[in-house]
Design a protein around this ligand. Structure first.
Ligand code: PGA
Length: 254
């Protein structure tokens, strides 16, 4: 499985941070720092920042994404935003199934699958998050958990559509905790995800799949994580709010 076949993707996940004015200022700071990146650079931002972020990023190599989307095209879903609405804005990326959505907002494997379907139908590229809780790792069922999450989320996704899926392996115990998975742990699970996708779609599709690692990736540990054969990029939370740190991670992937 040749890593050189895949172009790394470094994606920021701003979570519930940055006003539109702050978003604009941060992107203006980042633009020159990541201009020479030899990887794809994406910033996933709160809905209210999307317009300002896209304007600030225009003409640069930074692409903008949302952090979630609903599965219906429109309707009585107070507080939700549809994939169609993101498409209408020209937003190319969306995160689906982040563990904070699963943990705090009742997201299940089934709702993740529905959101993935809607995002693909709208022509978006999906950053699909999977990952185990600490207790599951301690029980030795990490691979089973991650395989199940992957399989359910990809239910009904065609081989052609898979080209618009990025999978982010994010162990829940490593998110925002400063506890990064070791490079070996990250690679092992990323590899298991690739094997799982290979079983479903064949070797060529698995070889082409971008599998990111996420969970306390930062300027200090990015190089080692990104050097792993099955780690094709990162989904970066905290460190994506600092232009200098984020650009070091982008540099490490390039
Ligand atoms: P973190 O977040 O880098 O702050 O751990 C990663 C994520 O939740 O995507």
């Amino acid at each position: 499985m040749n890593k050189a076949l895949r172009r790394p993707v470094i994606a920021g996940n701003w979570k519930m941070n940055q006003t539109p004015a702050e978003a604009k200022a941060l992107i203006e700071q980042m633009k020159p720092l990541v201009a020479d990146a030899d990887c794809d650079v994406v910033l996933c931002v709160p809905y209210v920042d999307l317009q300002a972020a896209m304007e600030a990023a225009e003409g640069s190599n930074i692409r903008i994404g949302a952090e979630n989307c609903h599965w219906a095209q429109k309707g009585a879903f107070t507080g939700e935003v549809s994939a169609e609405m993101l498409k209408a804005m020209g937003v190319p990326y969306v995160i689906i199934g982040h563990s904070e959505r699963r943990q705090y907002f009742g997201e299940t494997d089934e709702t993740v699958q529905k959101r993935v379907r809607a995002a693909l139908d709208a022509g978006l590229t999906v950053i699909l998050c999977v990952g185990e809780y600490l207790q599951q790792r301690e029980q030795g069922i990490t691979e089973e958990v991650v395989r199940l999450q992957t399989k359910i989320a990809l239910g009904g996704v065609s081989a052609e559509e898979l080209k618009r899926i990025i999978i982010a392996y994010e162990p829940v115990w490593a998110i925002g905790t400063g506890k990064t998975a070791t490079a070996e742990q990250a690679n092992e699970v990323n590899h298991a995800i690739r094997v799982c996708v290979g079983e479903l779609y064949g070797k060529e599709a698995a070889d082409a799949l971008v599998v990111q690692y996420g969970g306390s990736m930062n300027a200090g540990n990015a190089k080692e994580l990104l050097a792993q054969p099955d780690v094709d990029g990162g989904l970066i939370g905290g460190a994506s709010l600092k232009a200098a740190d984020f650009s070091v991670i982008v540099g490490a992937a390039s």
